[in-house]
Design a protein around this ligand. Structure first.
Ligand code: 3PG
Length: 210
């Protein structure tokens, strides 16, 4: 069975987990450093670019940061991410094999769900905190609120379409632990090396109160 406590320890560190798409390896450390300095210590590096694993390795040295891998689709990617130093994993969905792999690898996994049935599959394996994805298109805060009573022991990290403008609507729900989002690390700011802007976006996000 999955033990949720290590995952919760990561997710409770700040209201927002930045979702990062890193194209250039040299951006990884300054980007992560800016986010941590701004108050967002948990960093999700998506496995969508060729440098993702190298970025995870490099960012693991950032003081005060906790680096995880996102967009983990299967057990091969899960193993590679853990070997690169990922301290937690995030996936857009919740295949039974991936749910099992995280238990076997003894790594915290935040699996994606969009329906009660998917949440129940994860719950059967011990998962109590899941990602609600894609949060906006799947129904937003009202949808999540409707799950609070029937799935009372489950908590969610909504991701997908979350922004500074609507994060509070999610964070005020009793079944939401944190939100995830890419708005704190916009592609143009990364390209421009505008780390001061990213630190400022992180600071705003870190101060959102639900
Ligand atoms: C993603 O998988 O890209 C994340 O859910 C981030 O979504 P966002 O770009 O809407 O924040």
């Amino acid at each position: 069975m999955f033990d949720t406590s290590a995952l919760l320890a990561v997710l409770r560190r700040a209201p927002v987990v930045p979702v990062l798409i890193i194209d250039r390896l040299e951006d990884a450390v300054p980007l992560g450093t800016a986010l941590v300095k701004g108050g967002l210590p948990a960093l999700e590096v998506t496995m969508r670019t060729p440098v993702a694993l190298e970025a995870i390795k490099a960012m693991s040295a950032i003081p005060g940061g906790v680096v995880g891998a996102g967009t983990v689709l299967d057990r091969v990617q899960a193993k590679a991410a853990v070997e690169a130093g990922a301290k937690f994993l995030v996936s857009p969905g919740a295949s039974p094999d991936l749910l099992d792999a995280a238990i076997e690898l003894n790594v915290p996994l935040l699996p994606g769900v969009a329906t009660p049935s998917e949440a129940m599959v994860a719950r059967e394996k011990g998962y109590r905190v899941v990602k609600f994805f894609p949060a906006g298109p799947a129904g937003g805060p009202r949808y999540l609120q409707a799950l609070a009573s029937p799935l009372g022991e489950m908590a969610f990290c909504p991701t997908g379409g979350v922004s500074l403008d609507n994060a509070r609507d999610y964070l005020k729900l009793k079944n939401v632990v944190c939100v995830g989002g890419s708005w704190v690390a916009p592609t143009d700011a990364i390209k421009a090396g505008d780390w001061a802007k990213i630190e400022q976006l992180a600071r705003e996000a870190a101060n959102i109160v639900g």
